[in-house]
Design a protein around this ligand. Structure first.
Ligand SMILES: Cc1cc2nc3c(=O)[nH]c(=O)nc-3n(C[C@H](O)[C@H](O)[C@H](O)COP(=O)(O)OP(=O)(O)OC[C@H]3O[C@@H](n4cnc5c(N)ncnc54)[C@H](O)[C@@H]3O)c2cc1C
Length: 227
């Protein structure tokens, strides 16, 4: 499938949203990811393919990549795309990092750019007028983070949605437990830089969170300095 660039928008810091029109209907569940390929001259060792969450909501029908534009040749080539330029979608939407009506209270934990699947999920539920009964912990290096305005809009319209910002401090199990008294009785979603998601997941399990109540979305090549 071909994805044709509609527009790109600078969100905050080095974070951009790239919106693409798919050449055929793209069907997915909010929170899922795809793999794309962008052939470009002299690619670096990471090559021409990347996995990305679709940060758009399914009702929007588009593919939206929200990402930090780094120095990698892939990101540089992506940032140079102009309207109507093309990207190949080489693996269709997949993954179980989606809303789960398991009966457990839901906790979403985003490390920086790891907010992307949660934005898609919350946007779709707000559109469908479904309850946003979830606590989102949004951890970041600075206050300059994407989707703050939308989150404020959704918390204003649904008082079941709670958003806690954790800025400039390392998120660990102790901090999460201080914010969430019923942590081990919750279904916890972790999304963000691979080392953070891995370490926090291990800590939560060591502190008594059953593995069946943990969902993890790992973003490789982000770490605590660049997420
Ligand atoms: C399921 C899934 C969903 C994802 N969703 C998103 C998303 O919504 N938004 C998003 O931005 N990203 C997402 N990612 C991550 C994405 O695929 C890229 O890995 C990420 O964006 C970094 O790409 P890059 O081109 O900036 O950096 P890369 O070129 O991959 O590397 C960036 C930096 O890390 C260094 N580096 C490279 N390899 C390593 C290594 N092995 N160890 C340590 N350092 C290394 C490089 O030197 C460079 O400085 C997702 C990944 C997965 C698997």
């Amino acid at each position: 499938m071909v994805l044709k660039l509609i527009e790109k928008e600078h969100l905050v810091d080095n974070v951009w949203a790239f919106r693409f029109q798919p050449s055929e209907p793209l069907v997915w569940t909010a929170g899922q990811f795809v793999q794309v390929e962008l052939p470009h001259d002299s690619p670096d060792a990471e090559g021409t393919k990347r996995w990305f969450t679709n940060s758009a909501a399914p009702f929007e029908g588009i593919m939206q990549i929200t990402t930090r534009v780094t120095e990698s040749t892939f990101k540089q080539a992506l940032s140079k795309l102009e309207a109507s330029d093309e990207l190949q979608l080489i693996a269709r939407p997949d993954g179980d990092f989606v809303w789960d009506d398991s009966g457990f209270p839901l906790v979403f934990v985003a490390g920086g750019i790891g907010i992307t699947p949660f934005r898609s999920i919350l946007k779709q539920r707000a559109y469908d007028k479904l309850p946003l009964n979830v606590t989102l912990i949004y951890s970041s290096r600075t206050t300059d983070v994407p989707f703050k305005d939308e989150l404020a809009e959704w918390t204003a319209s649904d008082n079941q949605l709670k958003v806690e910002y954790v800025v400039g401090e390392r998120l660990n199990a102790e901090k999460l437990a201080s914010l969430l008294p019923n942590l081990n009785g919750s279904l916890v979603y972790l999304s963000g830089p691979e080392p953070m998601v891995e370490a926090l997941g291990d800590e939560l399990k060591a502190n008594g969170l059953p593995a069946t109540q943990l969902k993890q979305d790992f973003f490789p090549n982000y770490n605590e300095d660049n997420y």
